[in-house]
Design a protein around this ligand. Structure first.
Ligand code: ASP
Length: 456
């Protein structure tokens, strides 16, 4: 058995957490490749090291004072190193590293920020490797560039290059425990590039696929994935087994457990993923696999995401006009905007997109062009939309899901503005007013989970 274990920021936020992680790693010799995040929050009000690094980088770019925040970052590592009984040498190395990164060329701000942000995981990996060595284990920090983790040269949005998988397979030959920093790789030109935020999950998944692991364990700070957000629903049921597709849909729609792109490499290589709690490692967690049997309840989870806007367009006989959809989407494309859904009728269509992509100027340009170039009867932009999503394999083969869901939402007195049961076979989504989201989730949860007749 060969396992890749990834530990999230809260699992590595303090010396005590690092000790728990060390126990988990060393209690199972199959855990050979360890992927680490940067130190995360120690408590609710704390700041993640990645966020401190972003603050540091932004201040540097604006030529503002940086010493206070630089000391905060160093202080986080110092606390951990001291708590682990490591000498000051490692902290000095980290400080030197940060000061060197601040000297990096700022001409390309994205590249400058990437190499600074990545220091969070890079230094944490070095720290953990040093601690394991101090405890007498054979452990080694692995440099992503030397290991051949190559990515596209797109700052903050790296995409893995296919050749990386064969390169990473060679890590199998190395002896001992390998500590690999999450969140970044290198372009073919040798530039460091980070994945999107939360991207250490992606690194873990790529490594699991590359070394052909038998299991990818993702250690976080919850016992399992829940059927709904525990901050909204009181003690929601735990999901014991789910498919990659279900997890991806739920992550996309706001489940914070995973980065929504993260599962794809593991999925393509058919490697099971297990979500576990660093603070309760003997719990069974949630298994994510290719296929599952569903027995009683075809719905596995309910998620919601706020922050959408809709571009609504109406034109008589739109359905007959060849090329209308393409021309509309071209206008949106010209503004560099991606869209999420396009529900449509015969004379109207709505393009739903993430609101933070729109600026007042872009809105004005889009509406002006839509009105002029497409000669529409009406066009406007609506904001404050939320998408609420019911997810579950087999849902579409089960009679009555949509009617139960719409009734559950209607019973809360909530108006449904859009329903999308389009091409996805595993989800059913509703567009509603942002303000109604929590009520809608509670109504749906009550409908689909109150009897506790949950699959698994
Ligand atoms: N530290 C990075 C972030 O906060 C990446 C990660 O933790 O996955 O986004």
């Amino acid at each position: 058995m060969l396992k890749v274990a990834k530990f999230g920021g809260t699992s590595l936020a303090s010396a005590d957490q690092m000790k728990k992680v060390t126990n988990i790693i060393t209690s199972d010799t199959d855990r050979k490749v360890i992927v680490v995040s940067a130190p995360g929050k120690r408590s609710g009000e704390d700041t993640k090291v990645t966020d401190l690094l972003i603050e540091l980088g932004s201040a540097h770019l604006k030529k503002e004072e940086t010493d206070v925040v630089l000391q905060k970052v160093i202080g986080r590592y110092e606390d951990i190193a001291t708590g682990l009984g490591l000498g000051s040498e490692i902290v000095e190395t980290i400080e030197d590293d940060l000061r060197t990164r601040l000297l990096y060329d700022t001409a390309n701000e994205g590249q400058f920020m990437d190499q600074l942000k990545a220091s969070g995981e890079d230094n944490n990996a070095k720290l953990l490797a040093r601690y394991l060595q101090s405890m007498g284990y054979v452990a080694e920090y692995v440099h992503p560039q030397e290991a051949g983790l190559f990515v596209s040269d797109t700052p903050g949005n790296a995409q893995v290059l296919p050749e990386s998988y064969d390169n990473l397979y060679k890590l199998r030959e190395k002896k001992g425990i390998l500590i690999f920093p999450g969140f970044f790789g290198y372009s073919k030109e040798g530039r460091l590039v980070t994945f999107p935020r939360g991207g250490s999950d992606i690194t873990g998944s790529i490594l699991a696929a590359g070394i052909k692991a038998d299991l990818y364990e993702n250690f976080t700070d919850v016992d399992s994935v829940f059927a709904a957000n525990p901050n909204v629903v009181d003690s929601p049921v735990s999901i014991k087994r789910m498919t990659y597709r279900e997890m991806r849909e739920l992550s996309y729609a706001g489940f914070g457990v995973f980065h929504d792109e993260a599962l794809i490499p593991a999925f393509k290589s058919n490697i099971p993923v297990c979500v576990k709690n660093t603070n309760n490692p003997s719990g069974s967690g949630t298994m994510i696999i290719s296929e599952r049997e569903y027995v009683l309840n075809p719905v596995i989870g309910i998620a919601a995401q706020k922050g959408f806007s809709t571009i609504y367009v109406r034109k008589y006989l739109m359905n007959r006009e060849v090329g209308f959809g393409r021309r509309l989407l071209e206008i949106i494309e010209d503004e560099g905007i991606s869209y999420e859904h396009i529900p449509s009728g015969i004379d109207d269509t709505s393009v739903i997109l993430e609101a933070d992509q729109l600026t007042p100027e872009k809105e004005e340009t889009i509406l002006k062009r839509v009105k002029e170039e497409l000669d529409v009867d009406d066009a406007y932009i609506e904001k404050g939309y939320a998408m609420i999503m019911l997810v579950g394999e087999g849902m579409h083969e089960t009679v009555g899901i949509a009617s139960r869901a719409t009734k559950a939402i209607a019973d809360q007195g909530i108006n449904i503005e859009m329903i999308n049961q389009g091409s996805s076979e595993v989800s059913l989504s509703f567009g509603i007013d942002e303000e109604d989201v929590d009520e809608a989730i509670r109504g749906l949860y009550e409908e689909f989970f109150s009897t506790k007749e949950v699959l698994q």
